[in-house]
Design a protein around this ligand. Structure first.
Ligand SMILES: C[S@@+](CC[C@H](N)C(=O)[O-])C[C@H]1O[C@@H](n2cnc3c(N)ncnc32)[C@H](O)[C@@H]1O
Length: 280
């Protein structure tokens, strides 16, 4: 007689996805090309901040790389897309953002019933003292370490977020930007549980007639810190753009005249903190 009892769920240590039922997860992407024609507007999300990422990124990553009740740490919180989506998915969130007005704004966006699960810190994510503040927040949420790390930094100086000198969008050069990013990545490494995942969301830029591959440079800085690369996802940026309309023709002319291509993509680098630090 065959055993008719349902199989117990089979999950990885970092996800609730039931591998015994893997055919029922069609909505979870496993390909490295992400095409989202529009930004999701349900679940409290809106495009009210220039530079916020589309919520579908958070939905995909948090479902793949966290379990219910676990903690997402976002060290460039912005308008709080990660915090909102963590709450929508039954996760907790610690967010760090430099701009105090933005932190107050995010606080107001979190539903009253979920406020205890979200800790917001106003501060410089590259600063050593931020590590102890995040540790306190994690401990208030009942954990020693975060379970997933989100890094969505400014794309160097493409969008200037504030006049604050420690705002990475005000770094005086690309090297200074990358050094600042690496300091944040090191802090993130300290705060992330071993074996867990991090995502860096970033695009490239053009300057002085040449492409500056910020994405790959940031990935390389993550590897210097000790993270290993699990995926380089290319994501189209249609959902990010706010009415470029008439300027599109001008960009096309410039591209044809200047020998380059107009950016239509950005990257999501999925990295893992190994359980044990590797020998160099
Ligand atoms: C690309 S935005 C992040 C947007 C966010 N993912 C969202 O969906 O709203 C980058 C954010 O990093 C913040 N920032 C820049 N430098 C920082 C630093 N040193 N520490 C903390 N936050 C910083 C900026 O103020 C900006 O809000």
């Amino acid at each position: 007689m065959t055993d008719q009892r349902p199989k117990p769920p089979k999950t990885s240590p970092y996800s609730d996805i039931n591998l015994n039922d893997w055919r029922s997860y069609d909505h979870i992407l496993t390909d490295s090309l992400w095409l989202f024609p529009a930004r999701a507007k349900t679940g409290g999300h809106q495009l009210e901040y220039h530079g916020n990422y589309i919520p579908q990124i958070a939905t995909q990553l948090f479902t793949r790389y966290t379990k219910a009740d676990e903690i997402v740490l976002d060290m460039f919180l912005g308008a709080g897309t990660s915090a909102l989506e963590a709450v929508n998915l039954g996760r907790k969130c610690v967010g760090v953002e430099l701009k105090p007005d933005l932190v107050a704004h995010v606080h107001g966006r979190i539903p009253e019933s979920a406020r205890a699960d979200v800790r917001l810190i106003t501060g410089d994510s590259a600063a050593p003292e931020t590590v102890s503040q995040v540790r306190e927040a994690l401990s208030a949420l009942g954990s020693e370490a975060a379970h997933f790390l989100v890094l969505h930094p400014p794309y160097a100086d493409i969008i200037k977020f504030s006049d604050l000198p420690n705002d990475l969008s005000n770094a005086p050069s690309v090297d200074a930007f990358l050094d600042g990013f690496e300091r944040v990545a090191r802090n993130g490494w300290e705060l992330l549980a071993p074996g867990r995942f991090a995502a860096v969301i970033i695009g490239d830029k053009y300057a002085s007639g040449e492409l500056q591959p910020l994405g790959f440079w940031c990935m390389e800085r993550m590897m210097r810190v000790g993270f290993k690369t699990k995926a380089i996802i290319v994501k189209d940026i249609r959902g990010n753009e706010k009415g470029k309309g008439r300027s599109a023709n001008l960009w096309r002319y410039r591209a044809l005249a200047g020998g380059y291509y107009i950016f239509k993509h950005e990257y999501i680098f999925v990295m893992q903190k190994p359980k044990k630090r590797r020998k160099k």
